[in-house]
Design a protein around this ligand. Structure first.
Ligand SMILES: CC(=O)N[C@H]1[C@@H](OP(=O)(O)OP(=O)(O)OC[C@H]2O[C@@H](n3ccc(=O)[nH]c3=O)[C@H](O)[C@@H]2O)O[C@H](CO)[C@@H](O)[C@@H]1O
Ligand SMILES: C=C(OP(=O)(O)O)C(=O)O
Length: 425
């Protein structure tokens, strides 16, 4: 288990550069096994999810090398093999191997995925899509077996609810299927567009991504001709925007796609933060007065559920009550009791989180129950007087690229310790 140690109270200033999007990367890596050539990604974030996906690739004889943000994957010698259940369970997105293995071998056997504990996360829509494409699905204990004995065939798939994961899995299974697939009520997240861009550049025929109807005409082969640059992480961007507003004396955030963050930046502006938004960077000036806001999380382009927690420390500075309703994950409140330990006036009842003005936060011994709860605790720890110890910090490192280095470059005082108290970067 890793712990993050924060000596709070420093004002932050300087520059930070956002990494490639976690939620793109974790779909692109499983997608790479659909290629008949080696593939290369750049601006890959250095996060635990990437390292765990590389372990899964290795078990299938797929070589991968990751250095300085460049990830090379060679799937040309891939074999069918039992996948390592510890790595599968370490992250949510391992379920994308269901779609990509089905696309590649017409069968797949996987244990159920892990990922953040943020309330119920069923995969019925994923399985419905696989069945529509011609696969049979059998479940045994914690294992799912998928098999398309007569191959995969294009179909019309209507998603009962808007799901990022089910949309991506349906694309992965359909991209090399015979005939045309139409996904209706599809999710529109930018990470889905990024995945389709990668696949289309290899010869796939995916049209309509970014709308709620996606059409895919299956192709026989996918061949990579160039490096795919991963889009900037909008959730990491929002996290740094929030902490820069809460305790910055002027912070420039580089490699941002402002169009992907409009639902978030509009709320910060409503709070009174005079953001200076450029084409690919945002400057956050020192701000001392904040107005309370109301936020409701929704599928993209609505306010992201992954950004409600990182905004709570900033909300605690507002002069009045702020309210969050998380319609995607109403039980995503793991940050609430931990922030209370730090003195924050925050409560959760019946799917509604209320954050009241809090005069001061103090350091405490807390736990990151999930990645974005960890982000909220990190920001609160930086704002607090004294020392904060965040246990289960592996949940933060799952998805925040080189976070200790980035925060310390902004003049924070943060370190990570493992069980044996050896400091790592
Ligand atoms: C790796 C990745 O990209 N993770 C993101 C992805 O997760 P993930 O893809 O798991 O989330 P979904 O978009 O699928 O979930 C949206 C909603 O649909 C429900 N649902 C989903 C699938 C299904 O088969 N049945 C079902 O009922 C879920 O319980 C949830 O209430 O989108 C979430 C919602 O934006 C984000 O918080 C996660 O960061
Ligand atoms: C919920 C998240 O991640 P995952 O879906 O990978 O668990 C997240 O990134 O906030």
């Amino acid at each position: 288990m890793k712990r993050m140690i924060i000596q709070g109270g420093n004002r932050l200033s300087g520059e930070v550069t956002i990494g490639g999007a976690k939620n793109s990367t974790v779909a692109l890596i499983p997608a790479a096994i659909l290629a008949d050539t080696p593939v290369q990604f750049d601006t890959v974030p250095d996060i635990l999810d990437v390292h765990n996906l590389m372990i899964i690739l290795k078990s299938m004889n797929v070589k991968s090398e990751f250095s300085h943000g460049v990830l090379d994957i060679d799937p040309t010698q891939i074999i069918e093999a039992e996948l390592p259940s510890k790595a599968i369970k370490s992250l949510r997105a391992s379920y994308y191997f269901m779609g990509s293995l089905l696309g590649r071998f017409h069968r797949a056997t996987l244990t159920f995925p892990g990922g953040d504990n943020i309330g119920p996360r069923p995969i019925d829509q994923h399985l419905k899509a696989f069945k529509a494409l011609g696969a049979t699905v059998s479940e045994n204990g914690g294992t799912v077996h998928l098999e398309a004995q007569n191959g995969l065939h294009g179909a019309r798939i209507f998603m009962d609810m808007v799901s990022v994961g089910a949309t991506i899995n349906a694309i992965l299974a359909a991209v090399r299927a015979e005939g045309t697939t139409v996904i209706e009520n599809a999710a529109r997240e930018p990470e889905i567009i990024d995945l389709a861009t990668f696949l289309n550049n290899m010869g796939a025929k995916i049209r309509g991504v970014g709308t709620d109807t996606i059409r895919i005409t299956g192709v026989n082969t996918l061949q990579s001709m160039n490096t795919h640059t991963i889009i900037a992480d909008r959730i990491e961007s929002g996290t740094y925007l929030s902490l820069a507003a809460a305790l910055g004396d002027g912070v420039m955030i580089h490699n941002v796609i402002p169009e992907h963050l409009e639902s978030f930046t509009s709320k910060m502006i409503e709070m009174g933060v005079d953001l200076q938004i450029d084409s690919d960077r945002i400057y956050v000036p020192k701000t001392t007065k904040f107005k309370p806001i109301h936020v409701k999380t929704m599928p993209y382009p609505g306010f992201a559920t992954d950004l409600q927690q990182p905004l709570t420390p900033l909300m605690s500075l507002a002069e009045g009550d702020s309210v969050i309703v998380d319609t995607i994950y109403p039980k995503r409140v793991k940050h609430v009791p931990e922030l209370q330990k730090m003195g924050m006036q925050i409560e959760a009842h019946d799917g509604t989180i209320v954050v009241k003005h809090t005069a001061a936060l103090h350091g405490a011994n807390v736990s990151a129950g999930e990645i974005r709860a960890g982000a909220a605790l990190t920001i609160a720890g930086l704002m607090a007087d004294g020392t904060t110890v965040i246990n289960n910090a592996g949940n933060i490192l799952r998805g925040y690229d080189r976070i200790v280095w980035k925060l310390n470059r902004l003049h924070a005082n943060v370190s990570i310790e493992d069980d044996t108290s050896v400091k790592i970067s």
